[in-house]
Design a protein around this ligand. Structure first.
Ligand code: COA
Length: 119
C-alpha cells in the first residue's frame, strides 16, 4: 500500500532513502528530507507491507514528473515491490514520469524510460 509521507515517519523514510548511493552523505540526506517536507512540488510516499519497506519520491516541475528516489529494504527486494510502488505512484501523477540519472536503470528495467538522461 502506497502511503503519503508524514513527518512522523521521518526516521524510517530517511533510513530507506539512505539506500540510494546519492543519499549516503548525512547532510545531503537531511536536505533531501527537508525538501520533501517543505516543497509542495516534491512528493514522497512510503510502501507498507506489515512494516514500511520502501520509499518512492518524485518532483513535478514544468509539467514533468521526475523520479528522484526509489528504494526497497534489501530483505524485500526482487519481490516486485519497486514495480508496485512505481505503478501506484503513476496513478497519482498528472503527467508523464521521467527518470533522473539516479533512477534511470530501474525505470528502464520496468519498461518506463527511454535512453535519455536528466538531473
Ligand atoms: C531499485 C530497487 C528499488 C528495486 O526494488 P525491487 O523491489 O527489488 O524491484 P522489483 O522487484 O519490483 O523489480 C522490478 C524490475 O527492476 C529491476 N531492478 C531491480 N533493481 C534494479 C536496479 N538497481 N537497477 C536496474 N534495475 C533494477 C528488476 O530486475 C526487475 O526487472 P525484471 O522484471 O526485468 O526482472 C531496489 O533494488 C533498491 O532499493 N536499490 C537501492 C536503491 C537504488 O539504487 N535505487 C535506484 C535504482 S536505479
Amino acid at each position: 500500500m502506497l502511503i503519503p509521507y508524514k513527518n512522523s515517519n521521518q526516521k524510517i523514510a530517511m533510513g530507506l532513502l539512505s539506500l540510494m548511493p546519492k543519499e549516503k552523505d548525512l547532510t545531503v540526506l537531511q536536505e533531501t528530507i527537508a525538501r520533501y517536507e517543505t516543497d509542495p512540488d516534491w512528493k514522497l510516499y512510503l510502501w507498507k507491507e506489515v512494516d514500511f519497506v520502501g520509499v518512492i519520491g518524485v518532483n513535478i516541475e514544468a509539467g514533468e514528473a521526475k523520479l528522484q528516489h526509489v528504494c526497497v529494504n534489501p530483505s524485500f527486494r526482487k519481490e516486485g515491490i519497486g514495480k508496485k510502488m512505481l505503478d501506484q505512484l503513476k496513478l497519482t501523477l498528472p503527467c508523464e514520469l521521467k527518470p533522473t540519472k539516479a533512477t534511470e536503470n530501474f525505470l528502464l528495467a520496468c519498461g518506463e524510460a527511454e535512453e535519455e538522461k536528466s538531473d
